[in-house]
Design a protein around this ligand. Structure first.
Ligand SMILES: Nc1nc2c(ncn2[C@@H]2O[C@H](COP(=O)(O)O[C@H]3[C@@H](O)[C@H](n4cnc5c(=O)[nH]c(N)nc54)O[C@@H]3COP(=O)(O)O)[C@@H](O)[C@H]2O)c(=O)[nH]1
Length: 557
């Protein structure tokens, strides 16, 4: 359920992240089109006005050449020169001579021009040329007339069709949707593109969306160009396609990344952290039995991970990671609080019972654990002298000096400290002597050798002797058989725990055991005390004792 929700969340985040490059590319495309649109419109207008200036300039040269050749009337020689100049200049369609009163005297064909002026005249910047728009007869199409005043008061005129100056400047205009107009300063149209269009700039001034305008500084003309979005969209398509491909690739890579993350599941640390927050780490209690008198003398707290779905994990599945990442620190804190709440009443009534809590090397790095123990148990009815803290010999302690100080402080409170897994690590005698242990717990590894001829069998005897010589109590771990129990009793081992008595029990079962052993009396002794049955305390309520019933599956550890 949790995993499905997590995958759903990763999927949604992944979808958002994967969509980001595509959305980004799309927005970038829109931005690009906006800037491109204006730039293209400006560029076309600039290009169009320069071209118009060139064509007009060349026609001015044509008129000046005619003036220099002395053309000022309509003689055959002058008409011939006018004709030649029209043939030599592709833009000029007509050259004419105008009288001082403005009437056309003749044109290069020998006729009187039928071209009608369509606007008032406007002078070029240097004042040498006068420009006006005209309308061609028959087609009514617009054009530009240039007039060069002669000394006689007459003028030489050249007429350029508007479409020659204004159309087909950019291929874009041919594809439709784009409009351009070359106008005289009074707004009258000289020519428009595409060919045949008569739109004035005013007609498309408020139309969408990209308009560029360029004015000439030689002649009183300007060019306005308008490009619709669709055309710019079309123009910029290749760039967008590449960007889109890049965006799609990035999206696919991100989506694959998220899919991998979702498949891999959350990290072990995150799962443990979440488990701590939800209080899923719970204590089980393995009874510890005084094997000389057959009494319950306490328990060792062994952690279990009980998830919301009811599954229970043993410490082997998570404790090493929790210790390596330091998560075992908050885990132990939560565990101690739960133990306090669960056992407080029972332990207040049975002050002889001890409570062993496993610590690990990080706990001995500073005095925080001492503070935590004081905070958690200080105001509870579990007394400090009921607490035993186990230090494992499996992992070496980083700083023996610091560890010694922590142990001393715990002992100052009244708690005892036990060396767990004794004989399995590197500490050995040094740990026992330097750390000032109170209890030695012999590992199951050695207890298993009892009754065998394994070479490590004598270790049990050595450990027991060493601990007793140093004045320490001995607890045997992992006792499973009666012969092991008898062996340990004969060597004066004080206490033992193991499946022979009970596995680690859930709180309710352990409390039942505490209650039952209290009610029935904890010692099953013969009058002389010699034939004492160490299992008697666990045979309450019939043939099968409480602890053994629990160990046979009613309350699994
Ligand atoms: N830092 C912490 N470490 C912890 C804590 N709780 C447990 N542990 C450590 O995890 C290791 C495995 O513990 P667990 O699976 O609970 O096994 C313990 C007993 O159930 C098991 N046991 C006891 N008697 C018998 C037996 O007769 N037969 C048999 N096959 N197994 C038995 O042994 C484990 C007891 O280990 P120990 O601590 O050495 O007494 C283990 O190393 C735990 O220390 C925790 O809260 N913090």
């Amino acid at each position: 359920m949790m995993l499905r929700r997590r995958r759903l969340a990763i999927g949604l985040i992944g979808l958002l992240c994967a969509a980001t490059p595509l959305i980004g590319v799309y927005l970038l495309g829109l931005w690009h089109i906006r800037t491109e649109g204006h730039e293209i419109a400006e560029m076309v207008a600039q290009r169009a006005i320069r071209r118009a200036e060139r064509i007009i300039g060349r026609s001015v040269v044509t008129l000046t050449e005619l003036e220099l050749l002395g053309v000022k009337g309509c003689s055959l020689r002058e008409l011939d020169m006018m004709r030649r100049s029209v043939y030599a200049n592709f833009a000029v369609k007509e050259v004419a001579v105008t009288g001082a009163d403005g009437t056309t005297l003749c044109n290069h064909t020998g006729d009187v021009a039928a071209i009608r002026p369509a606007s008032a005249p406007a002078d070029s910047a240097d004042g040498a040329i006068r420009l006006r728009t005209v309308l061609f007869p028959d087609t009514d199409s617009p054009g530009l007339m240039l007039s060069l005043r002669l000394a006689s008061g007459r003028a030489l005129d050249a007429v350029i069709p508007g479409e020659v100056i204004a159309t087909d400047i950019v291929p874009m205009a041919l594809r439709g949707g784009a409009y351009g107009a070359l106008v005289l300063n009074d707004g009258s149209v000289i020519g428009a593109m595409p060919a045949g269009t008569r739109l004035t700039p005013a007609a498309f001034a408020d139309q969408e969306p990209f308009t560029g305008r360029a004015a000439s500084d030689q002649f009183p003309i300007s060019f306005t160009f308008r490009v619709p979005t669709a055309l710019i969209w079309e123009e910029t398509r290749p760039l967008r396609e590449w960007a889109g491909l890049g965006g799609a690739l990035a999206s696919a890579i991100i989506a694959c990344g998220f899919a991998l993350i979702a498949r891999r599941g959350p990290s072990e640390s995150n799962l443990i952290r979440a488990g701590i927050e939800r209080g899923e780490f719970v204590p089980h209690y393995q009874p510890v039995v005084d094997i000389q008198r057959g009494r319950l003398v306490g328990c060792e707290v062994l952690i279990r991970w009980r998830r919301a779905d009811g599954t229970v994990s043993m410490p082997g599945a998570f404790i090493a990671h929790a210790e390596a990442t330091g998560l075992a620190l908050p885990m132990t804190l939560g565990l101690m609080r739960k133990v306090r709440d669960e056992l407080e009443a029972a332990y207040a009534a049975r002050p002889e019972l001890k409570l062993s809590i496993n610590l690990f090397d990080d706990h001995f790095e500073d005095l925080q654990i001492v503070e935590d123990v004081e905070t958690i148990f200080g105001r509870s009815r579990i007394r400090f002298d009921q607490l035993v803290f186990e230090v494992t010999e499996r992992q070496p302690l980083a700083d023996l000096e610091r560890a010694r100080l922590v142990i001393q402080r715990l002992q100052d409170l009244g708690a005892r400290v036990a060396l767990d897994d004794a004989g399995t690590g590197h500490g050995g005698l040094a740990y026992l002597q330097e750390l000032g242990m109170d209890v030695v717990k012999i590992d199951k590894l050695f207890i298993d050798t009892i009754g065998t001829d394994r070479i490590s069998a004598p270790v049990v005897d050595s450990l027991i002797k060493l601990a007793h010589d140093l004045g320490m109590e001995v607890i045997a771990e992992g006792v499973e058989r009666i012969d092991q129990l008898q062996y340990l009793r004969m060597r004066d081992v004080e206490a033992a725990q193991g499946h022979l008595f009970a596995p680690a029990l859930p709180g309710a079962t352990f409390l039942e055991l505490v209650r039952a052993t209290a009610e029935a009396g904890t010692v099953a002794e013969d009058t002389d005390g010699a034939a004492m049955d160490p299992l008697a305390a666990f045979r309450i309520g019939g043939e099968e004792g409480l602890g053994r019933r629990a160990s046979q599956g009613r309350t699994p550890s």
